[in-house]
Design a protein around this ligand. Structure first.
Ligand SMILES: Cc1ncc(COP(=O)(O)O)c(C=O)c1O
Length: 432
């Protein structure tokens, strides 16, 4: 039986039965168009859909794509589909009619159903999922929450995300732990080499390995499962930064053999901005101290990580709609399409004069994010040229020894957009 509060939530937010037919933030025309589209392509193989512009044109229509600016920086953050924006607006307006009533008594009733939905997609128990605001918060919770002693070793890489590196360095200063750095070659097409680099860094003092599943600087994918298997066999814990893999690569968390995983949902889930998720293997929950106060900090209830104080309940609850939309597209179709788009532009630019690609070509180790550089020019020069002359938004990367412009298409990107990019890179490479 649904409790009175949960009933009230479902009635007021339109989620009853979880069906598209009752979601009143989607207009009936769009709803029927999307229903027809998914029905029509039900039996079509993902590799065929990947190259089918008609399918993806319909998906694009579900987003609010700016006609003037070509956004190729989903490696930073992704926009939400219009239905997610509508849900967010609606929940926000509702909340402002009586914040303490609508946020705490109505919207918050959607938290447990959301936990279940996230767990179903992630392939774990709902008792292992905490809902929070982003990957930084999720992964910092683990880094600062672990019991580590002076001299304990942590294996990580200089290509990890700065917010995580800074957190580990703070622990190094405060607690005297030792950071052991793995030097990842850029790009790397050999999974064996990556596995060896990490396993060679393990010692009898290693307590945890930090693995960035998809390196944000150039889209390098790490063979997380293989490294995790070696780590676990040596009693080393595994923390995965899944900011760019969750919703982009096809896997269940249980298949990674990790203990902890953090991700943002505003990247490849196209969730509302400022939404994230933390996974902790059930038996490890009691051993992690919460980052923010909790009445029972040593409890094994994952909810102890959700004492964030007042935050955006509208944002949290709009995640429901993003998950429904993502699930209808399917991670497998998305993965196939994104690889196709990546190869589409790279294959066309790689032979231009002076152009170098700084992302792996091995499909197992690559994804939507790709890095490009033109000899003799800085990343900033290429980024500015693409924006000023072609109204294409990308990002210049200068991190460690890597210098490139990162290009990241998304499900709303069409091949005609990438033709515009190819023309831009061509013109830049031909500049005197
Ligand atoms: C690999 C990686 N980890 C973590 C983050 C942090 O994500 P957020 O800013 O959503 O916390 C990012 C952001 O781009 C990232 O690329």
């Amino acid at each position: 039986m649904l409790s009175q509060n949960r009933r009230s939530f479902f009635r007021q937010t339109g989620l009853l039965l979880g069906g598209w037919s009752l979601t009143n933030w989607i207009d009936p025309m769009t709803q029927s168009r999307l229903n027809d589209l998914f029905h029509q392509y039900k039996e079509v193989a993902e590799e065929d859909i990947a190259t089918d512009e008609s399918f993806w044109r319909e998906i694009r229509e579900a987003y609010t794509v700016n006609p003037g600016l070509l956004n190729l920086n989903s490696g930073g953050v992704s926009p939400s589909a219009e239905i997610v924006q509508n849900a967010l607006d609606r929940y926000n307006r509702m909340s402002n009619e009586g914040p303490s009533y609508y946020m705490w008594r109505v919207l918050d009733q959607g938290r447990e159903p959301l936990r279940e939905k996230l767990a179903a997609l992630a392939g774990c128990s709902k008792e292992e999922i905490a809902i929070n605001r982003n990957a930084t918060e999720a992964i910092n919770t683990i880094i600062f929450g672990l019991n580590l002693q002076k001299g304990d070793e942590v294996v990580l890489s200089k290509m990890d995300y700065p917010n995580m590196i800074h957190a580990w360095k703070q622990r190094e200063k405060r607690d005297g732990i030792k950071l052991v750095w793995v030097d990842i070659p850029i790009p790397c097409n050999n999974a064996d080499e990556l596995v060896a680099l990490f396993s060679n860094a393990f010692s009898n003092k290693t307590k945890i390995v930090h693995l960035t599943h998809v390196i944000n600087w150039n889209g390098q994918v790490l063979p997380v499962r293989r490294i995790a298997d070696i780590a676990k066999a040596r009693n080393i814990e595994v923390l995965v930064d899944a900011a760019h893999s969750f919703g982009q690569l096809e896997y269940k968390i249980s298949e990674l053999n990790c203990d902890y995983l953090g991700t943002s949902l505003h990247k490849w889930m196209c969730g509302p901005l400022g939404s994230g998720m933390l996974f902790i293997r059930k038996e490890k929950i009691s051993g992690i101290w919460p980052l923010l106060s909790a009445d029972k900090p040593e409890s094994d209830d994952i909810r102890k990580f959700e004492n964030l104080g007042t935050r955006s309940f509208p944002t949290e609850q709009a995640i429901h709609v993003a998950l429904d939309f993502h699930n209808r597209i399917g991670t497998n179709r998305k993965r196939a399409r994104l690889l196709f788009l990546r190869n589409y532009w790279i294959n066309r630019v790689q032979d231009f004069n002076g152009v170098n690609i700084l992302s792996p070509s091995n499909p197992e180790l690559s994804c939507a994010l790709g890095g490009v550089i033109v000899e003799g020019k800085t990343p900033q020069q290429l980024e500015s040229f693409l924006l000023d002359k072609h109204k294409i938004h990308t990002v210049a990367i200068e991190w460690e020894s890597l210098k490139c412009v990162r290009i990241t298409p998304n499900v709303f990107t069409l091949t005609s957009d990438l033709d515009r990019l190819v023309n831009g890179i061509k013109a830049f490479s031909e500049q005197k």
